[in-house]
Each structure stands twice: as structure tokens, then as C-alpha cells.
Design a protein around this ligand. Structure first.
Ligand SMILES: [Zn+2]
Length: 172
């Protein structure tokens, strides 16, 4: 299905609505921490609701030549932080029913993005990236918890807050 279809996107976004403020905070913290770990410039993380989203993580995206096919490496660098929000929620919920996952907008976007690049291999690559995202998050889980706690407290944090936690080395 086309991910650019705004009506379908809104319907899907409702289905994967976060269960609580904490759930949303961990989701956004997951995006931000993994984005930071793989070297993206995270500028701001927020759980303040907007009309079109529950929360968001903002990045300075490098400008890419849109006529050139992205490499598999570039696609992975996009998909891993994309999956990190859902993965952080799953880790926090400690498994349980995972049907919500497969129906969520970001999961479908990851499937679609990989399908475009690796076609029949998409499911295998997605499974691999999902596991890799989990390992990245678990290694930085203390940072995820700290970002989530700060988001719950003040609603929004600067990218530098996340970066300092990563660079400063969270002792685990
Ligand atoms: Zn998200």
C-alpha cells in the first residue's frame, strides 16, 4: 500500500496510538538514542502532541540526490532509527501481544522501504534489522530511560541532551 496515502496513514496512526505518556516517551527516546548512536544529528525530541503526530524526533537529514537510488547501507541507516521507537516500546512492555507492532505505521513504512530496495529479501532483512535495533537499544537502555524520564518531566529535550548521555558513556 502506498505509505504516502494520508487517509490510510491517519487510520494506521490511530491503531498504534501509544498506551500512555510513558509508552510514548520511551518510543521517542528509542528513536533519538538509536539515531544518535548511529551518528545522526538529532536536534530535538518531543512528546508534545501536534495535530499530525503524538510525538516526534527531529533530525538534520543530509541532503541526498533524489534521482540517485539510495544504497542498501543508506536504507538501513534510515530503517534502524525508524524501527527504534517501536522496539523501545516492545522492550518496555516486555513482549506480550505483538500484533499492534505489525499494524503500526512505522513498521509498514520500514517494510515498504526495504521492499523497494531488496524486494523478496525484505522480510529477512527486516527481521535482521529488528534484532540489531534491539541490541543497540539494550546496550543503551539506561540512556533510553533517562531521555524518556526527562520527556515525561518536561515534554521536550534538545538533541544535545541525548548526545551528552551517549558521548558521556552511560555506565551499565
Ligand atoms: Zn515513531
Amino acid at each position: 500500500m502506498p505509505v504516502s496515502d494520508p487517509v490510510r496513514m491517519r487510520a494506521m496512526a490511530r491503531r498504534d496510538a501509544p498506551q500512555s505518556v510513558a509508552d510514548l516517551a520511551f518510543h521517542e527516546a528509542g528513536h533519538a538514542v538509536v539515531g544518535c548512536v548511529i551518528g545522526q544529528q538529532v536536534t530535538r525530541v518531543s512528546i508534545k502532541a501536534r495535530k499530525d503526530s503524538y510525538g516526534r524526533s527531529e533530525y538534520d537529514q543530509p541532503q541526498r540526490d533524489k534521482w540517485r537510488q539510495p544504497s542498501l547501507r543508506e536504507v538501513k541507516r534510515y530503517v534502524v532509527p525508524l524501527l527504534a521507537g517501536l522496539k523501545a516500546q516492545e522492550i518496555r512492555r516486555r513482549g506480550g501481544d505483538s500484533r499492534w507492532l505489525r499494524q503500526s505505521r512505522e513498521w509498514i513504512e520500514a517494510e515498504w522501504t526495504l521492499g523497494f530496495k531488496v524486494k523478496n529479501e525484505a522480510n529477512r532483512v527486516l527481521k535482521h534489522l529488528w534484532a540489531a535495533t534491539g541490541r543497540l537499544l539494550k546496550r543503551r537502555w539506561t540512556a533510553v530511560e533517562q531521555v524518556a524520564a526527562e520527556l515525561e518531566r518536561v515534554g521536550e529535550v534538545e538533541g544535545s541532551f541525548v548526545r551528552d548521555l551517549i558521548v558521556g558513556g552511560v555506565r551499565e
